[in-house]
Design a protein. Structure first.
Length: 190
């Protein structure tokens, strides 16, 4: 019996800088941003300050406790440009079509690959992302003994790039973010 990959991991807050990740996505004032698999929302909350009053942030996660944590922080900080939603992104995302400028998926895609759920997820992300929008995927570097998921579950930048290419994206740039991660920016074809 194969062990099912566990999607829900620990927060990356102490090992992955939200500011560095968002800079790599080129998020800017007025953008509409979706954090797919937001966890405790530390990146979403940082994005809220970047997009400003004319931007929007959608923090999505399948775990109720994660969304409750984000909602508490939104309330504590009195933010009105961010909404936390309980969403399973293997199912259609209940947002309008093509309204998002940048989708971020940090430390999540490897789980969907391990579970054979890539098609559904990619279709759902592509539906809400604007043509020319960026799908930014952050993953742990595929290194033995490194932190993160088991080596055989980790994805290389080439693995991520191939998934994006197969689903209608051009590869923008690939860069290292922090000590343990890389980011691949896919640009949705117009």
């Amino acid at each position: 019996m194969t062990k099912k990959h566990m999607h829900h991991g620990k927060t990356s807050k102490n090992i992955l800088s939200a500011g560095e990740v968002l800079k790599a996505t080129q998020l800017k004032l007025g953008d509409s941003f979706l954090d797919a698999g937001c966890g405790d929302g530390y990146i979403s909350l940082e994005a809220s300050s970047i997009v400003g009053d004319n931007g929007n942030v959608y923090a999505l996660d399948v775990y109720p406790e994660s969304i409750e944590t984000v909602k508490k922080e939104i309330k504590n900080r009195n933010l009105d440009n961010i909404v936390a939603l309980l969403v399973d992104i293997t199912k259609p995302i209940q947002l309008d079509v093509e309204i998002i400028d940048i989708v971020l998926m940090a430390n999540v895609l490897h789980g969907f690959v391990a579970e054979g759920e890539v098609e559904e997820v990619m279709n759902n992300i592509s539906r809400v992302l604007k043509p020319g929008g960026v799908f930014a995927v952050v993953e742990f570097r595929k290194v033995e003994g490194n932190i993160g998921p088991p080596y055989d579950v980790k994805l290389s930048p080439e693995d991520v790039s191939n998934i994006l290419l197969e689903h209608g994206y051009d590869i923008g740039d690939i860069q290292l973010v922090g000590k343990y991660h890389y980011i691949v920016n896919g640009v949705k074809k117009t």
